[in-house]
Design a protein around this ligand. Structure first.
Ligand code: C2E
Ligand code: CA
Ligand code: CA
Length: 728
């Protein structure tokens, strides 16, 4: 009886069974024997109950003599299914095929041997049906592919899995993203891509060694996987870059919350080989199909958002907007110009007073860098410091500022200190102590009048080295202020070391703290109490309104810094105050804090009934906006504001002058993570595609509804004023 084995790659040399069928039939066992002798195939058979009834000699030899005891065992317990890594079309289970009596075609199985090892076989076989049509069992052959299989699976794993963390690797992520976007396009689903990048990972690697860096990455991978859970897929792109793929996610509120949790969690301290390390995290977010419909497009959008998150302030997240694309190229140019400015000594220092709110006496001035660029105008240090931090420029910049601040402070009354900002990169670099000593000596400023403002981000890498540096500088008499307290690693441990003389409560807790239901007053009170207990002074930063001043004073802040007392001033202005013996700063500002508004001047769209108007956005808050450009719009009118990029906001006109209207939003906007506001949801490019606009990521401007105006030639209800403004 012919067995009809199919040929497979491994047993090419096998005599073709079909041919033998036609030839005079040799004895069955002889054929089997001959084939086996050639070292080609192994044979097996089952009965109608799928139990193993026969294993040929070679098969027994392969598995060990004990394998004879397998006779009578259900085949599915002898041959186990294996998962093929990375296979495009995974094989059906053996049980399924046996049950369906379907042909076994190159089925790969694992065969546990009696000695506890595993062999991998590739099976071929088919059901044997007798003349009466009854199923008699399976007859099949097998090839041992163990050596090849082990190698191939390793290669497959290597190309799919990041060896260090066990997460998906760059290649797998790329394939997944492309496949997901293609599939989702058909079903009009959305998908978010997050780029997660560790801040100052290199420092940990450099100071604690590579094994510590590896361990840190493993722990990061665990935390990240725990947070994302079933919601998406986490992978490592390489280095300290991770990626999260989140299917069916387009709610930017939810995404922001998730990003925030990632930042918070990854910023908690790590225990590495008995030592502690702290790193920061930045996250960039892009959402398909809004920000990109192709994998490359979406990835570059998320990258740009990440870059922007890192630039604004490390330890935050940022959503992609199309403005970022322009900003990215701009900041590269800015780096060159900054270098130029530093060379030419074109950066100046401004001084902002820190005032005792009980007496209105100034106790200290904080030195803040100012850069006026011929082309760009005034550029904020919040913008150029991160650029300088990208390379060693920050060291030169920081040391120049330090020297100049010391020189300037010598000219002030002896009771007044100067506070200088020190970037973490500058602080941890060898030679910082020398730079401080040098600046003090060159200026003659007593060390006790110099205060260094440092953020929590110095507590990364080797904490012992950082501790030692603090101790050395404190021995000289220099004081330390912990800047931006509350924004960083939310770890209070290092406060106990007693490095700091002062805590600066971050502006984000102060601004708006008088609004009803705000928990910030409680946070401020708690920080003040903590600082007092540890013998530190507190400063409330960013106080702008009288009610905020009252609140921080009542909660016990020792000093206040903010526009309420003074904006940063030039050295000449400072000296003029002292010469006029006018060192008292009187608070002046609005009585109450107003809900944060961003003053803007941007052309947007406004839809009323079936007409589309151009208007100018003058300011924007979470709850409303002010627009100009239309005349005669009565209070109570329902309109839709088109903020561009698919952001539509249902609004009501709540107050109006002749050509300016205040709008109240039906649904509040959400923070975009970098100081602006955005809508939670956007209209999908899929719905636009349905309306005949080609599928593409949402573009800039009042797109896409501006197109709509051409189609709607109805008579407008309101008078469109000429929008003539600079920059439009
Ligand atoms: P910072 O150290 O938190 O400095 C306080 C910032 O808050 C300053 O911004 C100051 O002008 C601003 N500010 C003070 N009071 C108010 C207020 O009432 N309302 C508002 N809205 N803002 C207020 P500035 O000068 O733009 O500096 C931004 C950041 O740049 C600084 O934040 C600091 O981190 C960095 N920076 C400035 N100068 C230096 C420097 O010499 N070295 C380093 N490493 N960083 C610097
Ligand atoms: Ca500061
Ligand atoms: Ca600050």
């Amino acid at each position: 009886m012919p067995l009809g084995f199919r040929k497979s790659a491994g047993d090419r040399k096998a005599p073709a069974p079909e041919k033998r069928e036609a030839a005079p039939r040799p004895e069955r066992n002889v054929v089997l024997g001959e084939v086996e002798e050639l070292g080609i195939g192994m044979f097996w058979a089952t009965d109608a109950e799928d139990r193993l009834t026969f294993l040929s000699q070679r098969a027994l030899a392969d598995l060990g003599a004990e394998a004879e005891s397998l006779i009578g065992t259900p085949l599915t317990r002898v041959f186990l299914d294996v998962e093929e890594e990375g296979s495009a079309s995974p094989q059906r289970s053996l049980a399924f095929k046996l049950k369906a009596r379907s042909k076994l075609d190159e089925q790969i199985v694992a065969v546990p041997t009696a000695r506890g090892a595993t062999r991998w076989w590739r099976l071929n076989g088919r059901a044997l049906i007798d003349a009466k049509g009854n199923f008699q069992g399976f007859r099949g052959s097998a090839v041992d592919i163990s050596a090849q299989y082990a190698y191939e699976t390793q290669v497959a794993r290597q190309s799919q899995v990041d060896e260090l963390t066990g997460l998906a690797n760059r290649r797998k992520l790329g394939e997944r993203l492309a496949a997901m976007l293609a599939a989702f396009r058909a079903s009009k689903r959305s998908c978010a891509l997050m780029m997660v990048d560790l801040d100052r990972f290199k420092q940990v690697n450099d100071t604690m060694g590579h094994p510590a860096g590896d361990e840190l990455l493993k722990q990061v991978a665990q935390r990240l996987s725990a947070i994302v859970g079933q919601a998406g897929e986490v992978g490592r792109l390489g280095g300290d870059e991770f990626q999260v793929l989140l299917p069916d996610m387009d709610d930017r509120g939810t995404l922001g919350e998730l990003a925030n949790r990632i930042v918070q969690s990854l910023s908690q301290p790590y225990q590495i080989h008995g030592r502690r390390a702290i790193i920061g995290t930045s996250v960039g977010i892009a959402v398909a199909p809004y920000d990109g419909v192709e994998a490359a497009e979406l990835t570059s959008a998320a990258d740009m958002a990440l870059y922007s998150a890192k630039e604004t302030r490390a330890g935050t997240f940022c959503f992609f907007t199309s403005q970022l694309r322009d900003a990215a190229s701009k900041s590269a140019l800015l780096g060159d110009r900054l270098r130029d400015a530093v060379d030419k000594n074109a950066l100046k220092l401004a001084y902002q007073p820190l005032v005792d709110p009980e007496t209105n006496e100034v106790k200290c001035f904080e030195a803040l860098l100012r850069w006026h660029d011929e082309e760009e105008g005034d550029i904020s240090p919040a913008h150029f410091i991160p650029i300088a931090e990208n390379d060693d420029l920050i060291i030169r910049l920081g040391e120049t500022a330090l020297r100049q601040a010391c020189i300037d402070a010598v000219a002030w009354p002896e009771t007044i200190r100067v506070a200088v900002n020190v970037s973490a990169k500058q602080f941890v670099r060898p030679g910082f102590r020398k730079a401080v000593v040098g600046a003090l000596q060159a200026s003659g400023l007593p060390a006790g009048r110099l205060e260094l403002e440092i953020t929590e981000s110095v507590f990364v890498g080797d904490l012992e080295e950082v501790d030692a540096l603090f101790r050395e500088l404190k021995k000289i008499g220099v004081r330390f202020a912990l800047d931006d307290f509350g924004t960083g690693y939310s770890s209070l441990g290092y406060l106990k070391h007693g490095h700091f003389d002062k805590i600066k409560i971050d502006q984000s807790f102060v601004r708006g703290c008088t609004e009803n239901g705000d928990i910030n007053p409680a946070i401020i009170a708690a920080i003040v109490a903590l600082a007092k207990a540890l013998g530190m002074e507190t400063v409330a930063e960013g106080v702008e309104a009288m009610d905020e001043l009252e609140l921080v004073r009542a909660r016990g802040a020792d000093l206040v810094q903010g526009f309420i007392y003074s904006r940063p001033m030039t050295q000449e202005q400072v000296l003029a105050r002292f010469e006029a013996e006018d060192a008292e700063f009187k608070p002046s500002g609005p009585p109450r804090h107003r809900s944060e508004r961003i003053t803007i001047f941007r052309k947007v769209g406004l839809i009323h009934e079936d007409h589309y108007y151009d208007v100018i956005l003058r300011n924007l808050s979470k709850t409303g906006a002010r627009i100009t450009g239309l005349a005669g719009v009565p209070v109570g009118t329902d309109v839709v504001l088109d903020l561009g990029h698919g952001q539509l906001v249902v609004s009501k006109v709540v107050n109006a002058t002749e050509n300016s209207q205040g709008l109240k939003f039906e649904t509040h906007l959400i923070a975009d993570g970098s100081g602006g506001f955005m809508t939670r949801h956007r209209i999908s490019p899929y719905s636009l595609a349905e309306a005949g606009i080609p599928l593409a990521a949402l573009g800039a401007g009042a797109f896409p509804l501006a197109k709509w105006r051409e189609a709607n030639k109805s008579v407008p209800k309101f008078v469109q004023l000429e929008l003539s403004a600079p920059g439009l």
